[in-house]
Design a protein around this ligand. Structure first.
Ligand code: IPD
Length: 257
């Protein structure tokens, strides 16, 4: 079973790790095995559906989102955590039809936390309904931001600037190493705001639906509608926090997926 593959490899001290876009952007044989397992299984059931998988794209497949039913898959979100056996890792799976997310699933097999949502039917953690926190002010917020998987100087400066800007304006700042789980934490009320520049469609597709179905909001970092291929995301428990934080943030654009 795929969850067992991740759990066993997670505990192993010897993971087979290689790098992708930078010296700190990792892929393991488990990422590849899990993605193959999921796509093979879904293809058998839905032969006409399309797929966008993180490791498929890394190995040269095109990231093409059409109106056809498309599964967007991150086999292990938080690969750096996985490599270090830090238990904040998950599988992220979304089904999009007409480019709209219909189903979102984020599952942390190490801690057995399963976040799910279907469009219009609410969001759940291990089968129990979840909702975002009641927080509406940045000054009361627990904020998650990330350092990313590149050592590019422009990105590092952006992270430093946004950290410095927010440090004294919110309750606290966290960086937990998994975009999908960060969104799940906003959805379940553990965090109030999360934003990141440089992420990919497979990091955010499931989280987008889960946050919105939990009563939260998800946007592009400049406040426009989320572009699932746009490489940046901001989500929060309330629109008030988004309106307060966006004018403060330093922005960055990446080439679309
Ligand atoms: C990464 C994680 C990390 C985020 C990176 C992502 P991966 O995904 O979500 O938190 O900062 O931008 O690429 O590579 O572990 O699937």
């Amino acid at each position: 079973m795929v969850f067992q593959i991740i759990k066993e490899a997670f505990s192993s001290k010897h993971k087979n790790v290689t790098t992708k876009s930078s010296e700190i952007d990792f892929v393991t044989e488990t990422d590849q095995a899990v993605e193959k397992f999921l796509i093979d299984g879904l293809k058998e059931k839905y032969p006409n559906h399309r797929f966008i998988g993180e490791e498929g794209v890394a190995s040269g497949l095109k990231c093409q989102l059409t109106d056809e039913p498309t599964w967007i898959i991150d086999p292990i979100d938080g690969t750096m955590n996985f490599v270090h056996s830090f238990p904040n890792v998950c599988i992220s799976i979304a089904l999009l039809v007409n480019k709209v997310v219909e189903i979102g699933i984020i599952y942390n097999p190490v801690l057995d936390l399963q976040y799910t949502a279907r469009k219009g039917e609410g969001a759940f953690l291990n089968g129990n309904p979840i909702s975002v926190s009641p927080t509406t002010a940045l000054s009361d917020s627990l904020v998650i931001m990330e350092l990313g998987t590149t050592r590019d100087e422009e990105k590092r400066q952006l992270v430093r600037d946004n950290f410095n800007i927010l440090q004294t304006k919110c309750h606290g700042l966290r960086a937990l190493g998994s975009c999908a789980l960060n969104m799940a934490h906003v959805a379940s009320g553990g965090a109030d705001l999360y934003f990141e520049f440089g992420i990919h469609a497979w990091d955010i597709a499931a989280g987008d639906l889960i946050v919105r179905e939990a009563g939260g909001v998800v946007y592009d970092t400049e406040g426009g509608p989320l572009d699932i291929l746009g490489r940046r995301v901001i989500c929060a428990s309330s629109i008030e926090i988004i309106k307060e934080v966006i004018p403060l943030l330093k922005q960055m654009k990446n080439e679309r997926d």
